[in-house]
Design a protein around this ligand. Structure first.
Ligand SMILES: NC(=O)c1ccc[n+]([C@@H]2O[C@H](COP(=O)([O-])OP(=O)(O)OC[C@H]3O[C@@H](n4cnc5c(N)ncnc54)[C@H](OP(=O)(O)O)[C@@H]3O)[C@@H](O)[C@H]2O)c1
Length: 317
């Protein structure tokens, strides 16, 4: 049974609770003071190949969801997922490469309230060879507890020419819904450009942040031309962007024009302003960071002039 069906009964009960102020704060080791806005306020964009809308603020799981090694970690991650759903999030990205992240999701997702339209669960195939790839995808589906998987991406293009026919067949059999390709850190763009021109690709996932804008040159224009959805990974460069601005307040003009209250929102709104980006997938293990990040999906986005100003401001630091 899929998560969505398992959780529909739970949601029925939850829908009777007013959305504002309904967070389970007593259960939290790290209380979040904010109340949830209505999830419908969250920015959404359509997957070009089908027109299905998804929320633009997703959730990454690298390192953050690697393992459940204490009661405290379990409780914090459970709250991250609960808040993510309540703030209108659906898209969760994982991989068999991320230690136990798929199993952690499989354990915790049934305990979190399902979003109104269900979870959108993305994982990856990360191995060589047709039969190893197929059995890895089967294991991913079992570990996460989701069938069909919403999106399976070829992780860092590993053995992509072998996996693509398998993914097409699995999609035809209804075992996966979308096919994707990933790279990271601005690497491998030539191979990515070649692979993304193949038939039947729905998504690409690439690194994009305010300091690393390499995908603007070719990847984003080609993705737009081909009608591919784009997931932006490493929006904080694995947290390093926060070190670059350490000890500095966000500038007053950004605070007032973008209605933001943190550097995380500054970095995320910069990415969300590019309409070729379908969703960004910051990872966090902390409930208060989750809420901070989800706030970036609300309110005004910078126009081209303001984006240029955001870049110049950071270049002068
Ligand atoms: N090749 C690929 O397919 C590929 C490559 C890279 C990434 N990805 C995907 O993209 C996701 C995101 O990339 P990433 O995890 O590498 O890095 P990231 O999202 O750029 O940064 C994550 C780091 O930022 C911190 N953080 C999150 N929100 C914060 C906030 N509001 N304030 C302060 N710190 C905050 C997190 O720490 P806390 O836990 O303490 O919040 C964590 O250390 C991955 O998890 C993965 O799903 C895919």
């Amino acid at each position: 049974m899929t998560y969505d069906r398992r959780r529909r009964a739970l949601l029925k009960g939850l829908s009777l609770i007013p959305l504002v102020g309904c967070l389970p704060q007593e259960a939290s080791p790290n209380p979040v003071p904010d109340s949830s806005p209505h999830p419908d306020l969250q920015l959404r964009r359509k997957i070009p190949s089908t027109g299905e809308p998804i929320p633009c603020l997703g959730l990454g799981t690298y390192r953050a969801f690697s393992r459940l090694d204490s009661e405290e970690t379990t409780s914090a991650l459970r709250e991250v997922l609960t808040l993510f759903s309540k703030w209108g999030g659906r898209v969760i990205d994982t991989s068999p490469m991320y230690a136990n992240a798929e199993s952690v999701l499989g354990t915790l997702l049934p305990q979190a309230p399902s979003p109104e339209s269900g979870w959108f669960l993305a994982t990856k195939v990360w191995t060589n060879g047709q039969s190893a790839g197929e059995s890895q995808m089967k294991s991913s589906s079992e570990r996460i507890g989701a069938s069909p998987l919403d999106l399976v991406q070829i992780h860092n293009l590993r053995d992509w020419k072998t996996h693509l026919p398998t993914l097409r067949r699995l999609k035809g059999e209804g075992k996966i819904r979308y096919i994707g390709l990933t790279t990271w850190g601005g690497h491998d763009h030539a191979r990515m450009l070649e692979a993304m021109k193949s038939k039947d690709i729905d998504f690409i996932q690439v690194s994009y942040n305010i300091f690393n804008r390499k995908i603007e040159d070719q990847i984003l224009p080609v993705a737009q031309e081909l009608g591919l959805a784009v997931l932006a990974n490493r929006p904080f460069e694995q947290g390093r962007l926060f070190s670059k601005v350490e000890g500095r307040d966000i500038p007053e003009w950004a605070r007032s024009e973008l209605k933001i209250s943190s550097w995380a929102q500054f970095f995320l709104k910069f990415l969300l302003a590019d309409e070729r980006v379908t969703a960004v997938i910051p990872a966090t293990s902390k409930p208060r960071h989750l809420v901070d990040n989800m706030r970036a999906g609300l309110g005004p986005l910078p126009d081209a002039e303001l984006r240029t100003r955001m870049v110049s401001y950071l270049e002068q630091i």
